[in-house]
Design a protein around this ligand. Structure first.
Ligand SMILES: NC(=O)c1ccc[n+]([C@@H]2O[C@H](COP(=O)([O-])OP(=O)(O)OC[C@H]3O[C@@H](n4cnc5c(N)ncnc54)[C@H](O)[C@@H]3O)[C@@H](O)[C@H]2O)c1
Length: 401
């Protein structure tokens, strides 16, 4: 899904610009690759551009599974190239380690991995080998986040005290491949999407999360699998501030937006309160069309987000991607290329350190708190919402309060 709507069109644009060369894509079976290759939207936007599929869906039964073929794709890509990981959450770790072993740089969709030890292992191996690892938290590349970060750093808001965030994806996601992997044993709505706003609060304020509790509601997917389809999380921060985050697969299919999402934060100043309100779904656009489209969730009246990801005519061949989804991929790929093209290991290490310290692009070194939150969240949700604390002393760890 994310490969089709954001990653591949961004990579095609970078290929068009000559920033990257060949693209290969591996999936569990040929079916999603066939869908990508035959997508009319992608053909219209990037005429003549394509990717090498693993498995080759023109030769193999599109439903036959090839769980290890991605290793061949990595092998064939070769060292100093980029592995962009967009697998189900619980498979990130194994694939990232396979790619690092082959001396490849990594860009991974969030969450990097589901626990801190794995994130540390990735960080250490990458550091030893002079390889870059970036995590794609595209809300960081939404201009409004960067504006808020600058204002917070200047002290214009005051100190973060209390906030609410929510991201509820559409109901029809239940019909997708989600029902096969985002099940109670593997993940939950908090792990899947709460990380965006928790990451953003840290990105804006610089504060670290120190306690997590998550109440989850188990519900049935259409195929009978069970998932935590509604979650309510409470995150306490190192200064005692609190963020409440609600997530789910429940935004109405007939709703005009792609989902429902946003954040409201309250801050303490000397003599007055600071306030931040981001409506992240409704961005001021209302279009009513004569007919609705044929994709799940398409509606006749739509509140399109012009800010996340759009393919637009800019006078060149095909269409150009715009928005923070594209910017985020582009910045990560450019950072990776700058590390990959550094001539010696001191330069690579210095560059990676600079990226870690600037904190704009998420890396294991500067965003490992997200893995601790994931770990704490899973511990809490599978134990009826018991609070779990995060310790950052020496070797960070999580434990029941
Ligand atoms: N906002 C965001 O940043 C965002 C949004 C959506 C998804 N994501 C993340 O992206 C990842 C994928 O989510 P999605 O919604 O695109 O899921 P998806 O189910 O649509 O895609 C997962 C893909 O992984 C492939 N796969 C599974 N096992 C494999 C294997 N052994 N070898 C090769 N390929 C294999 C499947 O074939 C499938 O095409 C998840 O980690 C999710 O959390 C991030």
């Amino acid at each position: 899904m994310i490969t089709e709507v954001q990653i591949l069109p961004s990579l095609y644009q970078l290929q068009r610009l000559g920033i990257i060369n060949e693209i290969s894509i591996s999936a569990l079976n040929g079916a999603p690759l066939k869908k990508l290759a035959e997508s009319q939207t992608l053909k219209d936007a990037f005429p003549g551009q394509n990717f090498k599929p693993y498995p080759d869906f023109t030769q193999e039964d599109p439903d036959k599974a090839f769980p290890d073929l991605y290793k061949t794709a990595l092998e064939n890509a070769g060292e100093n190239n980029i592995a962009l990981i967009a697998l189900p959450d619980q498979l990130h770790y194994g694939a990232i380690m396979e790619a690092l072993e082959r001396n490849m740089h990594i860009v991974s969709v969030k969450p990097l991995v589901l626990n801190y030890q794995q994130s540390l292992e990735i960080e250490e191996l990458a550091e030893k080998k002079g390889l870059f690892v970036g995590v794609e938290y595209h809300k960081r590349a939404d201009d409004r986040s960067l504006i808020a970060r600058r204002r917070y750093k200047k002290g214009l808001f005051g100190e973060f005290k209390m906030g609410q965030a929510h991201l509820v994806e559409p109901w029809y996601y239940r019909d997708s491949n989600f029902q096969n992997w985002c099940t109670v044993e593997n993940s939950d709505m908090f792990s899947y999407i709460a990380c965006h706003y928790i990451d953003l609060v840290q990105f804006i304020t610089g504060l670290l999360p120190v306690e997590v509790s998550v109440y989850g509601i188990i519900d049935d997917y259409p195929n009978g699998n069970k998932g935590y389809l509604y979650t309510d999380g409470r995150v306490i921060w190192e200064n005692g501030a609190v963020l409440n985050v609600q997530n789910g697969l429940g935004y109405p299919n007939i709703g005009p937006g792609g989902n429902s999402q946003g954040m409201m934060l309250f801050f303490k100043g000397e003599n007055d309160g600071g306030f931040l309100f981001h409506h992240d779904q409704y961005r001021g656009v209302k279009h009513s069309l004569l007919q609705k489209g044929n994709e799940p969730g398409d509606t006749q009246y739509i509140e399109t987000s012009p800010d996340y990801f759009q393919l637009l005519e800019y006078g060149g061949e095909g269409l150009e991607p715009v928005g923070y989804g594209y910017r985020s991929i582009r910045k990560l790929i450019e950072a990776t290329i700058s590390v990959a093209s550094s001539t010696n290991s001191e330069q690579k290490t210095a560059l990676i350190k600079k990226i870690n310290v600037s904190g704009i692009l998420a890396t294991p070194a500067n965003s490992f708190f997200n893995e601790l939150v994931m770990e704490a969240g899973r511990m809490s949700i599978t134990n009826e919402g018991k609070p779990v604390t995060i310790s950052y002393k020496d070797n960070p760890f999580v434990s029941f309060k």
